[in-house]
Design a protein around this ligand. Structure first.
Ligand SMILES: Nc1ncnc2c1ncn2[C@@H]1O[C@H](COP(=O)(O)OP(=O)(O)OP(=O)(O)O)[C@@H](O)[C@H]1O
Length: 481
């Protein structure tokens, strides 16, 4: 008798093998795709010393956690092929922003969205799943017709989003995702992809040259939208791009930060939008432990940084500086002293930038020195430490320097992603920087603890205790502040 077909009479959704919710740490599965979730084992650190490891499912069962949701992905009306992509990425349950945003985004007739959620809580998947659900790929012509456009503030983030959409839509037949970022290479005569990810300046250029045809676009997403609408250049370019798009397009704005002023711009850019917002005191991420360290001066900052080097390479680390010059100087000095560091700033072009970020994402480079060009969106789950070598600050000619609280939040949000833990350490070398950091602490109602001790063994032990356990939670012994 022929072997009984176990799938006989089952729908595709029933046939989809959903990973067992308790199966959390399988390392098998998806390739290391830009921005896609790694297996939940966190970075390849030696086994945690603690039995206090908190599993992602515990976090997602906690109603107070931004990763909590009552629904399952199956409840959100997603097609079987999209569900298959989520299962392959080991997304077991939606996060809060995904659960709350998706029913609003996928509802017809389409409505605009201004969505806010903490860093690392899954905003990319929220807008990606809406896009994938709205694509029409039945005919050859439609497969080549741009239907969704995603704008991001940096080339790296645009590429990362393109990678996530391709990975999440792996089982969506005939899906094609194209990039519209600066390139030295020859451009195609036409971008024939249903989904296009790019930076505003290049997208505007390709629209003008009719390489990108926009008359069939249904969804426009601005990731890091507050940054996109606020910055002089980016804001103007986004407004110009939108002027060429169908008036009925669904406009979707996402970010971890929307200050009041920007929220006014956003409401104009995305009229009558559904809004999901957070209070300032809800924005910092529980898993990110924030510290500051007193340095005597800039040279002392450098010496402290080199002392941290052993810790920086325990997993992966990002060092944020204010200017390209500082980045170049630190890279030069550390490399001359035999340390391996990568540096990526706006001064680096095209394919070299791609190589640098890919080397970092895949662990070939453990320490990345960069400026605010990578402060937002970059998702590398092995980043366990962020160093603010310089406090992020607003500069205005003739005005005193003031703390840039939003950029601070985005920078430290490069660690502690989706329930993991991470350490953020800010170097302060004078009273002005210290005051800016205290202003940031007050703005977010958060705690930035002083590492007063210069007993490096104790500092190293304390930091290692936090980063050794991918999802540890709870208080750790702290050096006396
Ligand atoms: N439901 C889910 N289950 C498991 N992992 C998820 C889920 N949603 C997202 N992730 C993973 O969480 C990480 C962070 O997601 P994402 O980059 O979308 O965060 P974000 O909210 O956009 O952060 P940022 O504000 O920094 O841009 C990614 O590695 C992503 O693969």
């Amino acid at each position: 008798m022929a072997a009984e077909n176990p799938n006989e009479g089952k729908s595709l959704a029933d046939r989809i093998t959903k990973p067992d919710a308790t199966q959390e740490s399988s390392s098998a599965g998806i390739p290391n795709v830009d921005g896609a979730s790694e297996s939940l084992g966190g970075s390849n650190l030696q086994e945690p010393e603690y039995d206090v490891e908190v599993k992602l499912s515990d976090l997602q069962a906690d109603p107070n956690n931004p990763l909590f949701s009552v629904k399952s992905f199956e409840d959100l009306g997603l097609s079987p092929s999209i569900l298959q992509g989520l299962y392959a990425m080991k997304f077991l349950k939606p996060s809060k922003i995904q659960e709350r945003a998706l029913p609003l985004l996928m509802h017809n007739p389409p409505t605009n969205m201004i969505g806010q959620s903490q860093s690392g809580t899954g905003k990319t998947a929220a807008f990606t799943l809406n896009i994938l659900s709205r694509l029409e790929l039945d005919t050859e012509e439609m497969r080549k017709t741009p239907q969704a456009l995603i704008l991001a503030p940096s080339r790296e983030l645009a590429r990362q989003i393109g990678g996530v959409i391709s990975e999440m839509g792996r089982f969506v037949e005939n899906l094609s995702v194209g990039m519209a970022v600066p390139t030295e290479g020859k451009r195609p005569a036409r971008l024939e992809h249903a989904v296009v990810c790019g930076t505003p300046g290049t997208v505007m250029d390709l629209i003008k040259k009719r390489v990108l045809i926009v008359n069939k676009l249904k969804v426009l997403v601005l990731d890091e939208a507050d940054n996109m609408l606020d910055q002089q250049g980016l804001g103007d370019q986004c407004i110009r791009v939108k002027g060429f798009l169908p008036k009925t397009i669904q406009v979707v704005l996402f970010s971890a930060t929307f200050d009041d002023q920007i929220r006014l711009y956003a409401a104009k850019f995305a009229p009558n939008a559904n809004e999901i917002s957070l209070k300032q005191e809800e924005l910092t991420v529980e898993g990110i432990r924030q510290f500051y360290l007193d340095c005597d001066n800039d040279d002392d900052k450098y010496n402290v940084l080199v002392k941290f080097y052993g810790l920086l390479t325990v997993a992966s680390s990002i060092i944020f500086v204010q200017t390209r010059q500082t980045a170049a100087e630190i890279e030069k000095r550390m490399t001359a002293e035999g340390h391996t560091v990568a540096s990526l700033t706006g001064g680096v072009e095209g394919s070299l930038r791609d190589k640098i970020i890919d080397d970092f994402r895949e662990g070939r480079a453990k320490v990345l020195i960069t400026t605010n060009v990578l402060a937002r969106g970059i998702d590398v789950s092995t980043v366990s430490m962020v160093i603010n070598y310089d406090i992020p600050q607003h500069f205005a000619p003739g005005q005193p320097r003031t703390a840039d609280a939003q950029t601070y939040l985005h920078r430290i949000g490069r660690t502690g992603r989706f329930g993991r833990v991470g350490v953020a350490i800010s170097f302060v070398s004078n009273k002005e920087e210290w005051q800016m950091l205290m202003d940031i602490q007050k703005y977010f109602h958060t705690t930035i603890e002083g590492i007063n001790t210069r007993d490096w063994d104790e500092v190293e032990a304390m930091v290692k205790k936090i980063i050794k356990n991918p999802r540890a939670r709870g208080d750790f012994p702290m050096s006396t502040a």
